[in-house]
Design a protein around this ligand. Structure first.
Ligand SMILES: [Zn+2]
Length: 255
């Protein structure tokens, strides 16, 4: 592909992301170019790949050409740079690494989001605050047998750490209870109250995506959320999404 054609593709991907969310990140462009599969992006966020460039399907020279084109485009469009923290959805919340080299200026370029100048300063600040917030921890319901890197045990759920997959006991998350997806109100209330929580995901082979199964929350937070259920307001009772099963149940062992 010629440089001009690539530049055009970069601009199209960037414009699409900007129109949709009023800011663009390098990750948006890579996904838009079709170089970064959503599954790989998920795995990177889950701390399962050493750096993003490892899972981008383009050569490093082509990638840096595209990233240069992206920055030129952002400059021409008068977008406002906003450095954004990317941390892994792991217990240690380590910073996510983008580049193979790890060079600080390359990392910064990847981390920089370009924000529409049409947004007011207050809105830009809110956006930056929201994006800088650490993401929820993510716990995986594995499809295959696995072994805890720390205790050599196993379990229905695992969390990725620096050393590899770790069981919830070793990660000090085994006091949390599982609340299956389905009751949006209950989930929201429990999430808000629980000091520690983690999203449980499972890979769907047919849809080739990690899908949310539910939330791990502190049992006290769940009890409180259940008590404050707005039972008198009929509209608030989940007509479209009734709660499934026992909220305290652990997801079944994958078949
Ligand atoms: Zn363990």
């Amino acid at each position: 592909m010629g440089g001009a054609a690539l530049e055009q593709r970069v601009e199209r991907a960037a414009e699409a992301a900007l129109a949709k969310q009023r800011y663009v990140s390098a990750v948006d462009v890579l996904v838009g170019l079709g170089w970064l599969a959503p599954t790989h992006l998920d795995e990177w966020r889950q701390g399962r790949v050493p750096c993003l460039e490892r899972v981008v399907q383009a050569s490093l020279p082509k990638l840096s050409t595209a990233m240069r084109a992206f920055r030129r485009w952002a400059g021409r469009r008068g977008l406002v740079p906003s450095e954004t923290g990317y941390v892994a959805r792991t217990r240690d919340r380590r910073p996510l690494r983008f580049s193979v080299s790890g060079a600080s200026e390359i990392e910064r370029a990847y981390r920089t989001h370009w924000v529409s100048p049409e947004l007011s300063v207050a809105k830009r600040e809110r956006l930056a605050e929201r994006q800088g917030r650490p993401p929820d921890l993510v716990v995986i319901s594995p499809l295959k047998d696995w072994t805890c890197t720390t205790c050599s045990g196993t379990g229905d759920l695992l969390i990725m750490q620096d050393v590899g997959p770790v069981c919830l006991r070793c990660a000090a998350l085994d006091h949390l209870v599982f609340l299956p997806s389905g009751d949006a109100g209950l989930t929201r209330r429990a999430h808000r109250t629980s000091e520690l929580s983690a999203v449980v995901v499972r890979f769907s082979r047919s849809r080739k995506r990690y899908e949310r199964q539910g939330l791990l929350v502190e049992s006290a937070a769940l009890a409180q959320a259940e008590q404050s259920r707005p039972g008198t307001d009929e509209r608030a009772v989940g007509v479209h999404a009734p709660a499934r099963g026992d909220p305290r149940a652990t997801p079944g062992r994958p078949s």
